[in-house]
Design a protein around this ligand. Structure first.
Ligand code: SF4
Length: 283
């Protein structure tokens, strides 16, 4: 595993002591923890040169899931989503017999890091994560230079003055509305149009590791696709999310979706597929 660069090194980059540019990739659950759009200015005030969210990476991953589930050889096989590294680690450690069922497609974080390295070739990439599983996943990828969690970011943001125009801040690139619901349980299924390739009853959404384990012990043979998350509620229930009120967290996310739908985006900031051309999202 690649050694994770530590927070002190990140601070040097943010303080411009290393003369390197850096892009922040915000996990889609960010809006449960931070005010939007103020968080974008706050990150720039910290020293991030660009700020993007992961929605475009999620969109690219959805396309891969669709393609794989459509293949005739996968029609009678159980496929388990690998967007949550908590699930992948759990299966590898406790249910290795299901390792072959984990879909070999990057998570939105790794996909987005690959896209960032293409679009910002000279920037370092820092992912801001809701859990330690994501931190471990990012630390073992050559496309991610730093991973910090919400608590670490809160520490960095403490005592930092916010710019006045924070209400007008926007993500720099890769807007994509509909995958903003990814951090909800079932967000992957709801945004990837899998109903086109799966029959009723062939898809199952499970959140919470105990329920996932229950299924793995006694699988329903009709299910072909498992959309699963380690945390209850999905990433909005991640361990570094301060609020433990899932109902309120979901409401915040849905409000953000509404705001984002109405927003005017800077020209050229859309998440267009051609921006990811030539990238391979399988592993
Ligand atoms: S569901 Fe939980 S463990 Fe999985 S990626 Fe989200 S926050 Fe991390």
């Amino acid at each position: 595993m690649k050694k994770r660069k530590d927070l002190s090194e990140l601070k040097k980059v943010l303080d411009k002591k290393l003369k390197k540019k850096i892009v922040a990739m915000l996990a889609p659950s960010f809006v449960v923890e931070y005010e939007y759009p103020a968080i974008i200015s706050r990150l720039k005030d910290l020293g991030f040169d660009s700020v993007v969210e992961l929605t475009f990476g999620a969109k690219m991953i959805n396309r891969e899931y669709h393609k794989i589930l459509e293949l005739p050889e996968n029609k009678n096989k159980l496929i388990i989503a690998s967007v949550c590294p908590g699930i992948s680690s759990f299966i590898e450690a406790k249910y290795p017999q299901y390792k072959k069922n984990l879909i070999r497609v990057d998570s939105p974080m790794i996909a987005m890091a690959k896209i960032c390295k293409k679009i910002y070739p000279k920037h370092l990439v820092c992912f801001i994560a809701p859990c330690n599983f994501k931190k471990n996943e990012g630390s073992s990828s050559r496309f991610v230079d730093f991973v910090i969690d919400y608590q670490e970011l809160n520490q960095l943001l403490k005592n930092k003055k916010t710019t006045e125009n924070c209400k007008n801040s926007r993500f720099d690139k890769f807007y994509n509305d509909y995958t903003k619901i990814y951090p909800l349980s079932g967000g992957l299924s709801k945004t990837s149009h899998l109903k086109q390739v799966l029959k009723p009853g062939e898809e199952k959404i499970i959140d919470g590791i105990l329920e996932v384990e229950r299924f793995l012990k006694n699988p329903d043979k009709k299910v072909r696709f498992l959309d699963v998350t380690f945390c209850k509620g999905g990433c909005i229930g991640g361990p570094f999310v301060s609020s433990k009120n899932l109902k309120k967290n979901k409401e915040r996310l849905m409000q953000y979706l509404e705001i984002a739908r109405e927003e005017k985006m800077p020209k050229g900031s859309e998440g267009l597929i051609k921006k990811a051309e030539g990238l391979d999202f399988s592993y």
